[in-house]
Design a protein around this ligand. Structure first.
Ligand SMILES: Cc1ncc(C[n+]2csc(CCOP(=O)(O)OP(=O)(O)O)c2C)c(N)n1
Length: 584
């Protein structure tokens, strides 16, 4: 059967068709839809874990118990799971284990742009790099076979364009899941130093065997054409190469770690000029140069940052770019903003007013860093808001500075990696105000379930973590609820939290309006009372605009966008904004 599906959908389908038994991951663009699609298959068990480390460890358990297992995450998720990965490479697997990692060159939706091929080298494990949806589908099956044949975890790497672009997939015959034995094997799975030492030797031997495999596998293929120019490439870069250089000879790598040295040498010997096209780091280039092979064009002409495209390849070859339509000039700026009636808006209206230092985190609330709020002053990685605020408070105390930092974190991020920071703060006598924006969803990535939402990935009702008892159990005495829609009360609560010495936690429990489809009637403006002072515009709501004409511009509310939260009405000193009576 043929289907037109994205790379992420293809991986999910491939997992179901390759006898997949257990999948676990944590959301993160561009990987998220993969696990959601596994859930839609209906007949394969899958779950969201609290974070990527938990996800990978769970699938390790699944593999040890004999089921083919898949873990999905975005590139930065592998940093969280790396502790497990770097020892999993020693233990190897029972049933096949694939870690799907989606990189985001160009940072469409990420805080950095790391190249996960480094993890394949670091962990000494094989990595597959599909160039379209069909390959993404096929490489799941091939990946399980390699994983089982070589007793190794395998990394299946995509990039945004492969994950999200759609292409034709021809489905193969479905393999029925077969669950193997659950065997106790202490030297294999207990990584005490004595066993680990032997395993390290085995990992190096495995890598040599994989290198031999790389020489002959059809996953790496040579497409010989004009021998004037030969290009070594993989993944989405292969598509750009085909577009920019339709006549060039290509060595397309599907297995991107370990590299097939003999094949590369032979290919390089058969072409006059050798070019390497790879996004982000010079992973192929450095290894190929270390083989003593001359590379004429690589990162000397192509960027290390951002995505590659056909024009960049043409430019690297000294050719003129294709004529593209010039971008339209002078379009209005449309920076991302909070959704109309998002509770995060109320919080950041006040934090912006108070001008306090806000140690931020990753989620929808990160938009509080942008103008006109400008109310977030550091964002590092998931969970860092709390631990960084703790460090700031300690140094402030040493410096004699009497300023207490605020940390802002979402519920999913708190469960992911904020809890440990808060526990550590309580343990070490910290002094920060932590605000948990518990909107009962993982909003940023599209509204996924998490341990607080009461539902699993496959839609079953489940236990809901209660935030207040959890925070208390971590060692915090001062924990109070907050209603960020009430600006006056929010300001008072924050001031109290900042004045009270020691760790202090405020929890806003207003649900995500988008995820839970909360709809309220729009706000109205009385043009007689509106003075055009624009105080309400400080809340940065896309439903608010200005009237086009008149002596003085007045504020106008777009009723199709406004969701009636009333945050703007609280900014108005002239009673010009009001909720329509009786419509709620
Ligand atoms: C290690 C890591 N994993 C995943 C992501 C993707 N990601 C960004 S924010 C976020 C969670 C946001 O949910 P929450 O904290 O509840 O805040 P909300 O967006 O709902 O306000 C996720 C999963 C990431 N940036 N880093």
């Amino acid at each position: 059967m043929k289907k037109i599906i994205s790379g992420n959908e293809a991986i999910a389908l491939g997992f179901g068709d390759a006898g997949g038994v257990f999948a676990s991951g944590y959301p993160g663009t561009p990987s998220t839809e993969t696990l959601e699609e596994v859930a839609r298959l209906g007949d394969v068990y899958c779950e969201w874990a609290a974070n990527e480390k938990v996800a990978l460890e769970s699938v390790i358990g699944g593999s040890i118990a004999g089921g083919r297992a898949l873990s999905t995450m975005k590139h930065v998720g592998v940093n969280v799971a790396a502790d497990a990965l770097l020892t999993l490479t020693y233990t190897g697997v029972n049933a096949g284990l694939i870690l799907m990692v989606a990189d985001d060159p160009g940072m469409h939706s990420s805080q950095n742009e790391q190249d996960s091929r480094n993890y394949a080298r670091f962990a000494k494990v094989p990595m597959l790099d599909p160039a379209d949806s069909q390959e993404a589908y096929d490489m799941v099956r091939a990946g399980f076979e390699i994983s089982e044949q070589f007793d190794t975890p395998l990394l299946l790497r995509t990039t945004t364009r492969i994950s999200h672009a759609k292409g034709v997939v021809v489905q193969r015959e479905k393999v029925a899941p077969q669950i193997g034995e659950w065997v106790k094997d202490v030297p294999k799975y207990v990584m005490l130093p004595n066993f680990g030492k032997l395993k390290h030797v085995a990992v190096e031997a495995r890598l040599l065997k994989l290198q031999e495999f790389a020489e002959t596998t059809p996953l790496n293929r040579v497409e010989m054409a004009d021998t004037e120019l030969g290009i070594i490439t993989s993944g989405v870069s292969y598509q750009h190469v085909r577009e920019a250089c339709p006549n060039a000879s290509i060595l397309k790598l599907g297995l991107v770690h370990p590299l097939p040295e003999r094949k590369i040498r032979e290919f390089a010997g058969n072409v006059k000029r050798l070019m390497i096209v790879e996004e982000m780091d010079a992973i192929f280039e450095e290894q190929i140069r270390a083989m003593g092979i001359e590379v004429e064009i690589g990162k000397n002409k192509l960027p290390l940052c951002g995505e590659i495209n056909a024009d960049l390849i043409r430019a690297a070859l000294g050719e003129a770019p294709t004529a593209v339509t010039a971008p339209v000039e002078g379009l209005p700026q449309r920076p991302p903003v909070f959704c109309p009636s998002c509770a995060h808006r109320g919080l950041f209206t006040i934090l912006s007013k108070l001008k306090t230092f806000v140690s931020g985190d990753i989620g929808c609330y990160t938009l509080g860093a942008l103008p006109p709020m400008n109310a977030m002053h550091s964002v590092i990685d998931m969970g860092a808001s709390i631990s960084a605020a703790h460090g700031m408070a300690k140094v402030n105390a040493i410096a004699g500075r009497d300023e207490k930092p605020v940390a802002v974190i979402g519920d999913s991020t708190f469960f992911h990696s904020g809890m440990t920071g808060l526990m550590s703060m309580a343990f070490n006598g910290g002094n920060a105000l932590v605000i948990i924006m518990d909107n009962r969803t993982t909003g940023m990535t599209g509204g996924q379930e998490n341990p607080g939402t009461g539902r699993t990935l496959q839609g079953n009702p489940t236990r809901q973590v209660e935030m207040v008892p959890l925070v208390k159990a971590l060692g915090i005495d001062n924990v109070f609820e907050l209603n960020a829609y009430d600006l006056e009360a929010t300001e008072a609560a924050i001031k109290k939290g900042l004045e009270t010495p020691g760790p202090y936690v405020l929890i806003d429990r207003n649900p995500c309006v988008l995820r839970y489809r909360i709809k309220k009637p729009a706000i109205s403006v009385d043009p007689e009372k509106c003075t055009g002072c624009r105080a309400c515009l400080k809340v940065a709501c896309m439903a608010l605009g200005l009237t086009a004409s008149g002596e003085k511009q007045k504020v106008r509310v777009d009723p199709n966008v406004c969701n009636g939260c009333g945050i703007c009405t609280q900014m108005c000193k002239f009673d010009a904004m009001y909720e329509l009576e009786g419509e709620k």
